[in-house]
Design a protein around this ligand. Structure first.
Ligand SMILES: [Zn+2]
Length: 156
């Protein structure tokens, strides 16, 4: 850990640079668990449809953000979708699932919302908004019931 002293207006400030490792566990809940189990066991992507406004959410969620309707209808969405936006990380951190990932918001066919995941199998300069992509799942024996059972989305 290094220590840096800086001068801010008339105050002397000490700044400690470092990293904090924060391990955690997050309960996926009933809906999230069902979605992750379907990804793990069937490579099936389940969203939720709002019975009031018909909006399909992927990732699945319990409440519609448009009309606050309670969602209870699972619908399968495609493993193909469209890149809505993306960003590239040029530095690795312990919190990232891979070195220098390319994160994207992907709207899967059949869904009305975006899903954050990673792009792969493509040169960064060839990525574009509107690009069509497809999920690349891990082999069955390597799937763990995680959103990372999808390795990344690759160009169609
Ligand atoms: Zn709704």
């Amino acid at each position: 850990m290094s220590q840096v002293t800086i001068k801010l207006e008339d105050k002397e400030i000490y700044v400690y640079e470092g990293q904090i490792y924060i391990p955690n566990k997050y309960a996926a809940g009933t809906i999230g668990s069902k979605v992750l189990i379907n990804i793990r066991d069937k490579k099936k992507l389940l969203g939720m449809r709002c019975p009031e406004c018909n909006k399909v959410y992927f990732p699945a969620r319990q409440t519609c953000v448009e009309c606050f309707g309670l969602l209870d209808e699972y619908v399968e969405v495609s493993d193909k979708g469209t890149v809505m936006t993306y960003t590239m990380c040029n530095e690795s951190t312990i919190a990232q699932p891979v070195d220098t990932p390319i994160y994207a918001v992907i709207q899967l066919d059949g869904a009305d919302t975006g899903f954050v995941h990673m792009l792969g199998g493509v040169e960064p300069e060839k990525i574009s908004i509107g690009m069509r992509v497809k999920a690349l799942f891990r082999e069955k024996e390597d799937r763990r019931g995680s959103v990372l059972d999808i390795r990344y989305f690759k160009p169609l």
